[in-house]
Design a protein around this ligand. Structure first.
Ligand SMILES: [Cu+2]
Length: 126
């Protein structure tokens, strides 16, 4: 009887440890997802602010995109990433620049008469 109780105690301690380590793994994943320099970008017809970004090679960034008026897009074709920006929300887009140079980011959601010229420059430096 005493033996069984001890075994049960051990089993519950082991289960508790497993649950705790599982929670820690989830926390570590959340931290990894959140890692990256935060770069707020505000869009409105038909500009981005800032219109020029300087990023470091291989440094992960998280763009925090907002729109002051209509639905916009934010696309960086050279890095194969894009997002749709909904007014009143912060849209997060992660990217790690893996090549040096000057690249264009642009709106890829038709937003009005100035849409075709809505773009900015992304410099990636060593
Ligand atoms: Cu647009």
């Amino acid at each position: 009887m005493r033996m069984t109780r001890r075994l049960l105690l051990r089993a519950s301690v082991a289960a508790g440890l497993l649950a705790a380590s599982g929670r820690m793994a989830v926390l570590a994943q959340a931290q990894a997802r959140a890692t990256g320099r935060l770069i707020p970008i505000v869009s409105k017809k038909f500009v981005y602010e800032p219109v020029e970004l300087t990023l470091k090679l291989n440094e992960p960034v998280v763009f925090q995109l907002t729109s002051l008026d209509v639905v916009m897009g934010f696309s960086v074709p050279d890095f194969g990433v894009r997002a749709t920006i909904i007014p009143g929300q912060i849209t997060e887009l992660r990217m790690t620049p893996t090549k040096i140079g000057e690249f264009t980011f642009l709106c890829d959601v038709f937003c009005g008469s100035g849409h075709e010229n809505m773009e900015g420059t992304m410099k990636v430096v060593a």
